[in-house]
Design a protein around this ligand. Structure first.
Ligand SMILES: CC(C)(COP(=O)(O)OP(=O)(O)OC[C@H]1O[C@@H](n2cnc3c(N)ncnc32)[C@H](O)[C@@H]1OP(=O)(O)O)[C@@H](O)C(=O)NCCC(=O)NCCS
Length: 175
């Protein structure tokens, strides 16, 4: 079964986060990540104005997943800064995990960001999960960052970027 069939079967739909959703997204993130305080991290991203996009996945039971992207930049050796979108956090309600929600939500969010002109993405996460939506581990000679060399540090782009990652301090300090 394809993911879109799966999403249709589960009657999943997606929408951008609005301020009135902040409490429920906090609850989802808490449930997905406990005992890690990722809800506090999300609050810090929001307070620092880092986020460029946040979406929810909902079904008939309510909100089941949340994803956020923050503005980062890739600074090239000539000083030019390319905008990038840093994926963090992504959380799915524990009872709805491993049913395709996370991948469907990521695909939706990446489509929307691409429509808005984004073409370079970074994530730090499960090295066997994010390649399912086009991420790959960053090579040593590509992007300098505190995480380069870890298989968990991945990017998604259709070109071959070289440079130094400038990530928001909230993300740098949390990872
Ligand atoms: C990680 C997470 C977002 C994935 O969402 P999900 O809806 O459970 O995942 P999906 O059902 O879309 O995943 C489908 C595929 O990814 C795999 N997958 C799911 N979670 C995975 C994980 N943590 N590590 C590796 N692979 C994973 C599944 O096995 C499945 O693969 P398959 O189709 O080959 O069997 C979710 O499990 C979660 O919220 N976990 C706790 C918080 C967390 O770790 N967030 C990510 C931080 S990097």
């Amino acid at each position: 079964m394809s993911l879109s069939d799966y999403a249709a079967r589960m009657a999943l739909h997606f929408r951008p986060v609005e301020p009135r959703d902040h409490a429920v997204t906090r609850e989802i993130v808490d449930a997905a990540f406990t005992p890690e305080d990722v809800a506090g991290f999300l609050d810090a991203l929001r307070a620092a104005g880092c986020l460029i996009g946040e979406w929810l996945a909902e079904d008939e039971s309510g909100v089941v997943g949340h994803i956020g992207f923050s503005r980062a930049h890739l600074e090239r050796s000539d000083g030019e800064r390319l905008p990038a979108a840093f994926l963090t956090p992504l959380g799915v309600r524990p009872e709805r995990q491993r049913q395709g929600v996370g991948l469907a939500l990521m695909r939706h969010a990446l489509d929307r960001l691409e429509q808005g002109g984004e073409n370079l993405y970074f994530v730090i996460g499960h090295a066997t999960y994010y390649p399912k939506v086009g991420f790959r581990t960053v090579a040593f000679d590509e992007v300098a960052s505190p995480w380069t060399g870890s298989p968990a540090f991945m990017m998604r782009c259709a070109f071959a970027p070289r440079g130094r990652l400038l990530a928001p301090p909230v993300i740098r300090d949390a990872h």
